[in-house]
Design a protein around this ligand. Structure first.
Ligand SMILES: [Cu+2]
Length: 588
């Protein structure tokens, strides 16, 4: 099926890219070859892979129950298997026609002291011509966009009207621990039919998002996500733009016109996470926008996918990156593209300087686990059509200038004395499997001869599907004690500056990148593989590529018990989480 030579070639390619894998900015690492767009850049317009290659095949046909990449068939040793543990689909027994049609996201402007209701409900969504029973907040996907002034506190009455327990986590927001939305840690799960009242305080400007912290592999994937934009009182906080757009990326895995069911007792697709074959922007397969010549558009980008990491750009239009999760960058920077791991946000501005069509693309390197080859893959996510009417006002000059955000640098300066201290804590990212199909185990033992720093697509969906959270344990291991995941039980004093070193072990059974998210605090990525970060930004989620060592500095300012976990929904559901206790009181 593959040759040693092919494996070696792939290993060299992977290693070469690992060495080049930077680091300080979300842009593609310098020198990293990206695939040229093919002549027809509309693969996302295609039918789902299942429909394309298996016309008329029912999803219950066990010979090919999930879509496989073009030209691939299921491994013979896996044919006829199904993930153990039973399956779940939302709205069991309900007729899709009886549900309300999903509505697009509405902007809800709230001010300090306001109260609003957010209900998780069942909705009917038409995607690429097929109806699906899915979820939405207030009947919308994405959920309502909350536009909030910085330092406001709002009250949100959450009503769970879906068929699973749920909650809302306010991702990236340094709020009161009681309202962090983590069942088992900060609250009980909200049962179907019940409600919970959150008081959400927004200390930092930027773009944030909300989603349940229960079975994210189901609830978030089926549409329960929405953004908050927190506005600084400073009207010149960002460089000027003619317009703003909010883009949420996610994907959905379907076979013909059927959702691939979800694991009932825990996630399936536990090895790589569920990587969809329909790429969606704001819940739709085709994003489109019309603009005037020379228009500068500020895009707020969020990756809400379960597992997929994106590399997005706008048809070669010049782009600069302004901000990420919890702050602006020290310095604005021109970038060819932006990489977003699950849960990450970036704020960019793009100037469409000539009339024409600009494709919003996701351009990545796919790894074929069977052939040991890398292929370029470009998905067109949408189109920006620019007419010849000149934009007014014309922001060409301010767009061309790259601003330094001195306030960010001054803030970061207080932490620079800690950059070179030895790590206070070390985590190794790894995994263990037990009870996986023999064919999968045999394959993995060979497959780990090569690896990609980042797996952009699922090149082994059959093995992935047939792995569940009962068989796969993703692990954060404390190097000081050998303890794993929730047994780690770290305590630090409020006000501490904690240096955490994260190492993603390339020798684990199935190595993969992990976007590590810390609740309720902010952190700086100070070094990757020993190389100091040059342009700092406060983050809540940091991507740890396979084989990499990443040093982060945690500003442990917010007391409470806070989750630290992988944001690949199926990895989180397979145990990859721990809690950081920030104990109130003066720092030591
Ligand atoms: Cu992970």
């Amino acid at each position: 099926m593959w040759t040693t030579a092919a494996l070696l070639v792939a290993a060299v390619a992977a290693t070469g890219r690992a060495q080049q894998h930077d680091t300080t900015m979300p842009a593609m690492p310098p020198g990293m070859p990206m695939p040229a767009p093919p002549a027809d850049t509309s693969p996302n317009a295609k039918e789902p892979a299942g429909a394309m290659h298996m016309p008329g095949m029912a999803s219950s046909d066990m010979a090919m129950p999930i879509p496989m990449p073009k030209g691939m068939v299921m491994m013979p040793g896996l044919v006829g298997l199904t993930p153990p543990g039973g399956t779940f689909l939302p709205g069991a027994g309900l007729n899709a026609a009886s549900l309300p049609d999903v509505r697009p996201s509405e902007v809800v402007r709230v001010k300090d002291g306001d109260t609003l209701d957010l209900s998780a409900t069942l909705v009917r969504r038409m995607i690429a011509g097929h109806p699906y029973v899915m979820y939405g907040f207030n009947g919308q996907v994405p959920g309502p966009l909350l536009r909030v002034p910085q330092n406001a506190t709002i009250t949100v009455r959450f009503h769970n009207r879906i068929d699973l327990p749920s909650s809302i986590h306010w991702h990236g927001v340094r709020l009161d621990n009681r309202f962090d939305g983590v069942p088992g840690i900060t609250q009980q799960p909200v049962a179907p039919g019940d409600s919970f009242v959150y008081h959400v305080h927004f200390p930092d400007a930027g773009v944030y998002w909300y989603h349940p912290h229960v079975r994210e592999d189901i609830e978030q994937a089926l549409g329960l996500f929405g953004n908050m934009i927190v506005d600084s009182p400073d009207s010149a906080y960002y460089s000027p733009a003619n317009r703003e757009q909010v883009l949420v990326f996610d994907d959905l895995l379907v076979n013909a016109d059927t959702l691939i069911p979800y694991g009932k007792t825990g996630p399936d697709f536990a090895l790589m996470g569920r990587v969809g074959n329909l790429l969606l922007v704001n819940g739709e397969p085709h994003y489109s926008l019309t603009a005037h010549r020379g228009e500068v558009i500020r895009f707020y980008l969020t990756n809400a996918a379960s597992s997929r990491t994106y590399n997005v750009s706008f048809g070669g239009a010049p782009m600069k990156v302004l901000a990420s999760d919890v702050s602006r960058f020290e310095h604005e920077q021109r970038v060819p593209s932006v990489i977003l791991a699950p849960a990450e946000r970036y704020i960019v501005e793009v100037r469409f300087d000539r009339p024409g069509r600009y494709a919003l693309v996701n351009a990545v390197q796919a790894i074929n686990h069977y052939r040991g080859e890398f292929d370029g893959e470009v998905d067109t996510l949408g189109m920006v059509t620019v007419d010849s009417t000149p934009a007014a006002p014309d922001y060409a000059d301010s767009f061309a200038a790259l601003r330094d955000n001195a306030a960010v640098t001054r803030d970061v300066d207080r932490y620079r004395p800690y950059f070179d201290k030895p790590p206070d804590k070390r985590l190794t990212l790894t995994m263990r499997g037990s009870g996986l199909p023999l064919a999968t185990v045999q394959f993995m033992n060979v497959d780990t001869a090569y690896y990609a720093p980042v797996e952009w697509v699922d090149g082994m969906p059959d093995m992935n599907w047939l792995s569940t959270s009962d068989q796969v344990r993703w692990i954060l291991r404390d190097e000081a004690t050998g303890k794993e995941n929730m047994d780690i039980d770290w305590h630090v004093k409020q006000g501490s500056v904690v240096k955490l070193e994260l190492f993603n072990d390339p020798k684990s059974f199935h190595p993969m990148q992990h976007p590590i998210h810390l609740h309720g605090q902010r952190m700086l990525v100070v070094a990757r593989d020993g190389v100091r970060t040059k342009n700092l930004v406060w983050k809540d989620t940091v991507l740890i590529p396979v084989g990499s060592t990443v040093d982060v500095l945690i500003d442990a300012s917010n007391p409470g018990t806070w989750m630290l976990h992988c944001h690949i929904a199926e990895h989180l559901g397979s145990g990859m989480m721990t809690a950081l206790h920030v104990d109130p009181g003066p720092a030591p």
